[in-house]
Write a protein that binds this ligand. Structure first.
Ligand SMILES: NC(=O)c1ccc[n+]([C@@H]2O[C@H](COP(=O)([O-])OP(=O)(O)OC[C@H]3O[C@@H](n4cnc5c(N)ncnc54)[C@H](OP(=O)(O)O)[C@@H]3O)[C@@H](O)[C@H]2O)c1
Length: 250
C-alpha cells in the first residue's frame, strides 16, 4: 500500500495537473491588460503579448505580481515577429487565443470630407490582417490544447445593421475581421477549433476617450468577455456576441 502511494505521488510529480493557457495580444493596457490580470488571478498561465513591453509599466508590475504571467514581444502588424513568437512557443498548447490588440486611428481622418486613405492601411494591418495572421500562425498551438478557442475582440461599430456614420476605416476594419474570422472558423473546425467574435461594450479605456458616451468599466467588460469566451462551444462557433452574452447583429 505504502509503495503504491509513493508510486502515485511520483506520478503526480512527473505529470502535475497543468493550468489552462491563454495568449492575449495587446496586453499593455486597456482590455488586454485587464483580461491578463483576471485570467492570472484565476490561475491560468497567461502569455501576455505587447509590442513594446519594456515600456509597459503596468504590464511589468502585473507580471511581478503573478508568476504565471509570461510576457512576449509581439507587434501584430509584424508578420515575421508573429512567426518567430509562434516558433518560440512551438510545443506549448494554447487553450484560448485572444486577438485583442486594436487601434481606432484618428477619428478626424475618418470623417466624410476629410477622409485620409493613408490612415486606413494601419487600421486594416492591425485590426483585420493581424488577427488572421496570428490565428494562422498559432493554429497548431491551439489545436494541441483541450479547449481549442480562438477569439477576436471585434466591435459593434463593425455591425452593418448598427452603423451610424463616421469612423469609416475603423468600422470597416472590424466588419472585415468578422468576415475573416467567420471564414477562418470553417477551416479551423476541421481541427476542432472554436472561433468567436465579441463586442466588449463601449469600454472606458484610452480608445474610447474621444467619445463622450456612457461606458462600461474595463473590469466589467473583461469579466463579461471571459464569460462569453467560456460559453462558446463547437455548436456556437463563429457567432458574433456581445460581452453581455447577447447575440450581436452582423
Ligand atoms: N474601448 C472600446 O470602447 C472598444 C469598443 C469595441 C471594441 N474595442 C476593441 O477592444 C480591443 C481592445 O481595445 P482597448 O479599448 O483596450 O484599447 P486601448 O486601451 O487603446 O488598447 C489597445 C491595445 O492594443 C495594442 N496595440 C495597438 N496596436 C498594436 C500592434 N500593432 N501590435 C500589438 N499591440 C497593439 C496597444 O498597445 P500599445 O500600448 O503598445 O499601444 C494596447 O495594448 C481592440 O481590439 C478594440 O478595437 C474597444
Amino acid at each position: 500500500m505504502c509503495l503504491l502511494l509513493l508510486g502515485l505521488a511520483a506520478l503526480a510529480l512527473i505529470n502535475p495537473a497543468t493550468a489552462d493557457t491563454v495568449l492575449i495580444t495587446g496586453s499593455s493596457r486597456g482590455l488586454g491588460l485587464e483580461m491578463a490580470s483576471q485570467y492570472a488571478a484565476d490561475g491560468w498561465d497567461v502569455i501576455a503579448t505587447a509590442r513594446s513591453p519594456d515600456d509597459d509599466d503596468a504590464l511589468q508590475a502585473l507580471a511581478r505580481t503573478y508568476e504565471n504571467i509570461r510576457i512576449e514581444t509581439l507587434d501584430v502588424t509584424d508578420h515575421g515577429e508573429i512567426e518567430a513568437v509562434a516558433a518560440k512557443l512551438r510545443g506549448t498548447a494554447i487553450d484560448v487565443l485572444i486577438n485583442n490588440a486594436g487601434v481606432l486611428g484618428n477619428p478626424d481622418q475618418q470623417q466624410l470630407g476629410k477622409l485620409d486613405f493613408s490612415a486606413a492601411e494601419m487600421l486594416f494591418a492591425t485590426n483585420t490582417f493581424g488577427p488572421l495572421k496570428i490565428s494562422e500562425a498559432f493554429l497548431d498551438h491551439v489545436a494541441a490544447s483541450d479547449t481549442k478557442k480562438i477569439m477576436t475582440i471585434s466591435s459593434i461599430v463593425g455591425s452593418m445593421t448598427n452603423t451610424t456614420g463616421n469612423i469609416y476605416f475603423y468600422r470597416a476594419s472590424k466588419t472585415a475581421v468578422n468576415m475573416m474570422m467567420a471564414n477562418f472558423a470553417v477551416d479551423a473546425k476541421k481541427r476542432g477549433i472554436i472561433v468567436g467574435m465579441i463586442h466588449p461594450g463601449v469600454v472606458d479605456t484610452d480608445m474610447s476617450a474621444p467619445f463622450n458616451i456612457p461606458k462600461v468599466a474595463v473590469e466589467d467588460s473583461a469579466t463579461g468577455v471571459r464569460n462569453v469566451i467560456a460559453w462558446y462551444t463547437p455548436g456556437t462557433s463563429a457567432q458574433f456576441m456581445q460581452y453581455t452574452g447577447e447575440p450581436m447583429a452582423w
